[in-house]
Structure formats: structure tokens, C-alpha cells
Design a protein around this ligand. Structure first.
Ligand SMILES: [Zn+2]
Ligand SMILES: [Zn+2]
Length: 128
């Protein structure tokens, strides 16, 4: 797999991150949690190995119970509230980066929508 080197930041710029590693999965998630937590109606996510992410700045944490029944730790900027990435407890080796915070928008090429059965009717679902 290609080795991706990229960076990203929150809206105000207080939190920045660097990524170096392979994309494992790119997706849009329309589950009931993601459609509320992400203002666009769904999560735009890229999965990396946890070790691929280096964070500059101190994030705040919002932990909630995900669909698996285990916690998902979502990290957001304490100043502008942009969520940047999340760690699902049931997959301790990965991090889900919010593609909308990447500097280079062309790095995100989602191939799959998940939980499209709960998508808002007004939101686009890949493949439908
Ligand atoms: Zn910020
Ligand atoms: Zn979801």
C-alpha cells in the first residue's frame, strides 16, 4: 500500500496533526451516532494504524458508547470544537481520522458508505 504523508488541522489551527502511514479503509458512515456528531450528516473517515498519527496541541475528549457497545474516544479542539480523530476501543490499534480536516482534500477517496440504511434522506450515499 502507498505510504501517505499528510497533515491536517482543526478550523482555528490550535490542533495540528501529521500522518505517515498507509490508509487502511476510507468510508462514509451514516450510523445514528456519526450523522449527529458530524455536521455534514455523516462521518468522512480514514482509518490508519494508530502509530501513523502525531498530534500537536492538546485535544479534549468526548467518549461515547459506539455501535459495538464499547467506547469510542473522539478528540476535538477545545477552542473551535472541530473533531479531528477518534479511537474505537474495540480496535485498539487504529485511529479514525476525519477526512474533512486533512490539508489535501484529494487524499480522501471513499469507496463505501456504511450504515446507509440510517442515512438522512437528504444526504448522499455512495452507490445508491
Ligand atoms: Zn481549533
Ligand atoms: Zn458511524
Amino acid at each position: 500500500m502507498e505510504n501517505l504523508i499528510s497533515k491536517g488541522k482543526c478550523h482555528c489551527g490550535e490542533i495540528e496533526y501529521n500522518l505517515e502511514g498507509s490508509k487502511q479503509f476510507e468510508f462514509l458512515c451514516h450510523c445514528r451516532d456519526c450523522r449527529v456528531l458530524n455536521g455534514g450528516g455523516h462521518l468522512s473517515g480514514i482509518i490508519f494504524d494508530k502509530t501513523s498519527l502525531r498530534i500537536e496541541g492538546k485535544t479534549n475528549l468526548y467518549s461515547y458508547k459506539g455501535g459495538s457497545g464499547e467506547a469510542i474516544d473522539a478528540h476535538f479542539c477545545p477552542k473551535c470544537a472541530t473533531t479531528l480523530f477518534a479511537y474505537p476501543k474495540h480496535h485498539p490499534d487504529i485511529v479514525v481520522v476525519r477526512a474533512n480536516t486533512l490539508e489535501d482534500e484529494n487524499l480522501f477517496t471513499p469507496k463505501q458508505s456504511i450504515f446507509h440504511e440510517t442515512a438522512f434522506k437528504w444526504d448522499t450515499v455512495i452507490g445508491s
